[in-house]
Design a protein around this ligand. Structure first.
Ligand code: MN
Ligand code: MN
Length: 303
């Protein structure tokens, strides 16, 4: 039976590329999987390096599985409670999954799972081939917003540059820009598609809240998107299965986030979380990371 390696639902570039990269290291008997559609940014990366998307996985009950880029049941495969988790490689907060046996659980507070996957290559005295190196490098650029995110460590940067050299990416910044532009081709997308491009659910106390994020090189595009997304979130609120919805419009060049939200108590939560009394408290300068600068603060505010 094939052992699948998968990232989280609504997969991002790290979830897809770390799964492919780790499956390539593990070798025979292992395959990369995914828990949702490939987003436009990731499709650009796969096309750029001539790689196919991993297999779309269904219910994983009764199967053996390795998780990358997540460790929470709410973000994982359907049937995960009845699956046998063999390993977890991640860089997020520890979110409550339980196993019945000891497993390899490697959680490192770096900017990207691909950085951890590359550590495993080194530990095993191996080097990823050029295509896999390109995917892993892309994942690091994606998760760290090309080293701008506060989640980015020196290790991420050094690793990405080593991988870029293997992959033949000459100008990392230019490549990252190309990737981000491909990823924010939002023109033809519906508001629902945009909300779910990169969306995760979290729990705090009795509150379930969802946080989506879109990152763009174009502040103008984000300002145009903001009222559309606000209106959509309000009118479709009931169908998302959360008590509160938050959506981050992250401006990569301005290194800031405009945070819009809806749901009862969301305004008070934002006020408490970001200690802002400003009329427009949705503008958060220096905030780019959901996992480090939004979710912990909201989780505390909602406790
Ligand atoms: Mn991810
Ligand atoms: Mn990640």
């Amino acid at each position: 039976m094939t052992i699948y390696i998968t990232g989280h639902k609504n997969p991002d570039t790290d979830s897809i590329c770390s799964a492919i990269g780790y499956a390539a290291l593990k070798g025979e008997g292992y395959a990369a999987g995914r828990l949702g559609n490939v987003n436009p940014e990731t499709q650009f990366v796969l096309d750029h390096f001539g790689m196919a998307a991993p297999e779309l996985l269904g219910d994983m009950a009764g199967q053996e599985i390795i998780l990358v880029d997540h460790n929470e049941a709410a973000q994982s495969a359907d049937g995960i409670e009845e699956a046998k988790i063999l390993e977890i490689l991640d860089h997020h907060k520890i979110g409550g999954l339980k196993t019945s046996e000891p497993i390899l659980f490697c959680n490192v507070p770096v900017g990207c799972t691909a950085t951890i996957v590359t550590m495993f290559y080194k530990q095993n005295g191996k080097t990823p081939d050029a295509k896999v190196a390109g995917l892993l490098c892309s994942a690091i650029l994606s998760d760290t917003l090309a080293f701008r995110s506060p989640t980015c460590t020196e290790t991420d940067k050094a690793t990405a540059l080593e991988l870029a050299a293997i992959a033949g990416i000459e100008d990392v910044e230019a490549y990252a820009k190309e990737m981000f532009v491909a990823g924010s081709e939002l023109g033809s997308k519906t508001e629902k598609e945009i909300l779910y491009l990169d969306f995760k659910k979290f729990n705090s106390g009795n509150t379930t809240f969802g946080v989506g994020q879109v990152s763009s090189m174009s502040g103008e595009e984000l300002q145009e998107l903001k009222p559309r997304m606000q209106a959509y979130m309000e009118e479709s609120f009931a169908e998302h299965g959360a008590d509160m919805l938050f959506f981050m419009l992250t401006d990569i060049m301005d290194e800031s986030t405009d945070l819009i939200y809806c749901g009862e108590g969301a305004d008070a939560a934002v006020k408490a979380a970001f200690k802002s009394d400003a009329e427009d408290r949705t503008y958060l300068k220096g905030v780019m990371s959901r996992k480090k600068q939004i979710v912990p603060q909201l989780t505390d505010a909602l406790k």
